[in-house]
Design a protein around this ligand. Structure first.
Ligand code: SF4
Length: 480
């Protein structure tokens, strides 16, 4: 058992993140103690006293005998970040491991890049590897270019359709399989339109972008989709948007009629996501389409005038080799989509493997992931793509990142607004999270207030008036 005692502070979550990164085990919080169920016995103290942090080994970790067994405060950081950084340094010595993003867990790397002067500072303070530190800075510059042209007071609207034709094996999203919920789709679409009717006229801020995402919005059938899109764009608040993006993620849901409905509404930016161009992998992960289906729908969208197409790929799909991933990416680049987003997959732990086997498997997977991601950043840069938004998910193997690349200045403003946490977002639909961002003058810090919406689609339909009322109030009141 690894035990971490917190003295003088309650920064449980940041420390749990770090403990999980090194051990692969979900920690338990028990009073003022974090317990991690690993075979070796060790006790660490994370102490905060008069603003000074000190992290030290009380018991165990014989590897550290003769080495420094305590990490003193060295950096002028917020206390939660300093406690996390110290624990990272200590566990890194104890386990003889380092991770590409170092102590940057549970925080946006571009946000931290804004606080320091140079990539070297990310490496020195947080133990970030050189290539990742440079990636954080390059992405921050891409984000800043987009933000410089965006009104800080503006709102960015998200409409969520949390249904998909089938569930992909790797999905961690709340999406529901549409075939089982077919009867629900018309009432869901109607509820979203009702919510728009109730909320939009009462919002006083300018709306800059609209993003219709999911799930898979194109899961609605031709007639319902067309009706829904017409309903959405009948709102005068959406008549002078700078950008509209619609996810048509699963190629098996795309039809000419749906694309025509989008073009009729003036939409020119969509996402068509193959995730891989290996048919064997697509079959394995339960996506009911082939690489050929993707290629046909991509060409159809191009021929109908969609001038910005985003395509997503996932590194680390089950059973996929680094060669297959690299081959998919090379084929995609050949097609010339304006945006390519490369995701890193988080791996679920197999129940039939021992902890040692899991760790061994993770080491192998990590090596493969490294190969895929470094190939991505090299060939995308050679092909003229630049990173413009980046985020990390908690359970991604090795704490790797998801990166959006763009070429020829086609960054998606909504993605930057959303992922950089620098702009407010008004969400419609079940499970949507609205947020108000308060930028702090002079510093790069932001304060965020959030307003969640019911996740369950049936409950959402039944409570749409209440949800609308809550949202209007949220955006009308002064921030605390
Ligand atoms: S398309 Fe996306 S949201 Fe839908 S099941 Fe697959 S991974 Fe989940």
């Amino acid at each position: 058992m690894l035990t971490i005692r917190l003295i003088g502070h309650e920064h449980f979550y940041p420390l749990c993140d770090v403990a999980r990164l090194f051990t692969g085990v979900i920690p338990r919080v028990d009073g003022d103690t974090i317990r991690v169920d690993v075979p070796s016995e060790a006790v660490i103290e994370s102490r905060l006293s008069e603003g000074k942090a000190l992290t030290s080994v009380v018991e165990g970790f014989p590897e550290l005998v003769g080495e420094l067994r305590a990490v003193r405060k060295q950096e002028d950081l917020p206390s939660s970040r300093e406690c996390k950084r110290q624990l990272y340094v200590l566990l890194s010595r104890a386990y003889g491991k380092e991770f590409p993003w170092g102590a940057l867990t549970g925080i946006r790397p571009t946000q931290v890049a804004r606080e320091v002067d140079r990539a070297e500072d990310l490496m020195r303070i947080y133990g970030v590897r050189e290539d990742k530190a440079k990636l954080a800075f390059a992405t921050m510059r891409g984000e800043d270019d987009v933000l410089a042209d965006s009104d800080p007071e503006s709102l960015h609207v998200y409409i969520g359709i949390p249904f998909c034709p089938t569930r992909c094996a790797y999905c961690s999203f709340v999406a529901q399989e549409a075939p089982r919920k077919t009867k629900l789709l018309p009432s869901y679409a109607e509820a979203v339109l009702r919510e728009l009717d109730l909320v939009l006229p009462k919002i006083r801020k300018p709306i800059e972008t609209l993003y219709i995402g999911g799930g898979t919005p194109t899961v609605l059938d031709d007639e319902l989709f067309t009706e829904f899109i017409r309903g959405v764009f009948s709102h005068p608040e959406f008549s002078s948007l700078r950008e509209v993006t619609v996810e048509a993620g699963r190629p098996d849901t795309i039809t000419e009629k749906k694309l025509a409905a989008l073009r009729e509404a003036g939409v020119t930016r969509i996402c068509i996501n193959p995730q891989t161009l290996s048919d064997a992998t697509l079959l394995r992960v339960g996506r009911k389409h082939t690489a050929e289906d993707f290629l046909r729908k991509f060409e159809l969208a191009r021929s109908m005038g969609f001038s910005v197409i985003n395509t997503d790929l996932i590194a680390g799909l089950p059973g996929e080799s680094a060669e297959e991933f690299c081959d998919s990416l090379s084929q995609l680049i050949g097609l010339g989509p304006e945006n390519i987003t490369v995701h890193s997959l988080s791996k679920k732990r197999r129940a039939d493997l021992s902890r040692e086997e899991v760790l061994r498997e993770q080491e192998e997977e990590l090596g493969k992931m490294e190969q895929m991601l470094s190939f991505s950043s090299r060939v995308l840069s050679e092909a003229g793509y630049a990173p413009y938004y980046l985020y990390k998910q908690k359970d991604t193997l090795g704490g790797h990142e998801n990166v959006g690349y763009q070429k020829d200045g086609t960054s998606c403003i909504y993605n930057v607004a959303m992922m950089s946490d620098q702009r407010s977002v008004l969400s419609f639909g079940a499970g949507g999270m609205s947020k108000r961002v308060f930028l702090q003058e002079e510093s790069h810090q932001v304060r965020i207030e959030r307003c969640p919406c019911i996740k369950d689609a049936i409950q959402y339909i039944e409570n749409v008036e209440k949800m609308a009322e809550k949202k209007v109030l949220f955006f009308q009141t002064e921030g605390k």
